[in-house]
Design a protein around this ligand. Structure first.
Ligand code: ADP
Length: 367
């Protein structure tokens, strides 16, 4: 069981150059499935590569289990091959001249595992990943998804304490991604190793992770279980980055110029303690908006706001409902819209817990 602790890690690729990772502190408990999530260039791969020992820190410290593996100030740097990590990258370079079985066995040979034991391990991982029937083929003789399984099998075979995955599913088509996602979850449960998975795909992170660490511009934005990241985004960046349909953002200027919306939000928020904090913007997720067609009463527990339906857009399964509130546009997401029509004047409502209020710096104010 291996935890990872990162303390105040900084990484600049050139002396005095910009920080690819800035003041990162992160505690990853043993057996966690942590997803590093963020847009391209935010420092996810650099973080992973620092844990792997493929990059050294500019300053700060990384500890894996009870061993400090990188502490620049103390002159400590444990090379990648001595960290007992398994890695799978987007380009899962398999040895083309080795059969699948030989590819998997290779790491065990390097570790000088005896032949009889190697056979047992290889057979087990081939079966675990459902590629036993392909064991004598070469990588070029199996599909992309199967090659990806071989890369995973090769990594699992050496029983790493920590498994590092850098966008391992991004070369696969949608259906295979779904299959491999389920497979990864199963492998994680089975092995109990600590997994760190890099992705820019918020849906992948939401569905895989036990914990998500959201990064932006080299800095950690929020760490928590997927539901917290989604339901309680720490700031506007997280709120806008996570969510299949983007969160509605009402700027301060929208509220200042729209009394109906402003009064509605103030009424909902009135019950919460906010110590006079200065509101910069308000976020409302489309799927949390309840709609009440003409003639339907808004329950006493909710505050209704008049809105006009501008458009109903099918997305296959759900409908995007475009609403206009005195000139401000909001989107709602609904499973069915039988009682709604374009042009109808309806009421919308949300619960206080679904109101995300951010200050002028973009940090969350609401509890
Ligand atoms: P991500 O994985 O989130 O896409 P990276 O960790 O790859 O982000 O990159 C973070 C920043 O570091 C980016 O600005 C990128 O251009 C820079 N960077 C990454 N690798 C190198 C490198 N080898 N040399 C110089 N700059 C790099």
């Amino acid at each position: 069981m291996t935890n990872i602790n990162i303390q105040n890690a900084n990484k600049a690729y050139s002396k005095g150059g910009p920080l690819a990772v800035a003041d990162l502190s992160l505690d990853i408990p043993s057996s966690e499935f942590l997803c590093l999530l963020g847009p391209s260039g935010c420092g996810k791969s650099t973080t992973l590569r620092m844990i792997a020992g493929l990059e050294n820190l500019t300053s700060g410290q990384i500890q894996i289990g009870d061993r400090v593996v990188d502490a620049t100030e103390d002159g400590i740097f444990v090379p990648a091959e001595k960290r007992n990590l398994g890695m799978v990258f987007q380009n899962y370079a398999l040895w083309p001249h080795m059969s699948i079985q030989e590819n998997i066995e290779f790491g065990l040979k390097i570790k000088k595992v005896a032949a009889a034991e190697r056979r047992v391990i290889v057979e087990k991982v081939l079966k675990t990943l459902g590629i036993y029937q392909f064991k004598d083929r070469y990588p070029s003789e199996v599909s992309g998804g199967q090659q990806q399984r071989v890369a995973l099998a090769r990594m699992i075979a050496i029983s790493p304490d920590v498994i590092l995955l850098d966008e391992p599913l991004s070369n696969l088509d949608a259906k295979l991604r779904l299959d491999m996602r389920a497979e990864l979850k199963r492998i994680h449960t089975e092995l109990g190793s600590t997994f760190i998975f890099v992705t820019h795909d918020q849906w992948e992170a939401m569905t895989l992770a036990t914990t998500i660490a959201v990064m932006n511009e080299g800095r950690l934005q929020q760490v928590g279980p997927p539901t917290d990241i989604y339901d309680r985004p720490a700031n506007r960046f997280v709120a806008e980055f996570v969510g299949t349909l983007p969160i509605n953002i009402l700027e301060r200027s929208d509220l200042d110029s729209n009394k109906v919306l402003d009064d509605w939000i103030k009424t909902i928020w009135a019950g919460a303690s906010h110590d006079g904090a200065k509101v910069g913007s308000v976020g409302i997720r489309p799927e949390t908006i309840e709609l009440f067609a003409q003639g339907l009463a808004v329950p006493d527990t909710l505050e209704g706001c008049p809105a006009k339906v501008m458009d109903l857009v099918p997305t296959g399964g759900n409908w995007i409902v475009e609403l206009n509130i005195e000139g401000t546009r909001l989107f709602a997401l609904k499973r069915q819209v039988d009682d709604l029509a374009v042009g109808a004047c309806i009421k919308m409502a949300i619960s206080l817990r679904d109101l995300h209020i951010f200050d002028t710096c973009g940090d969350r104010i609401t509890a």
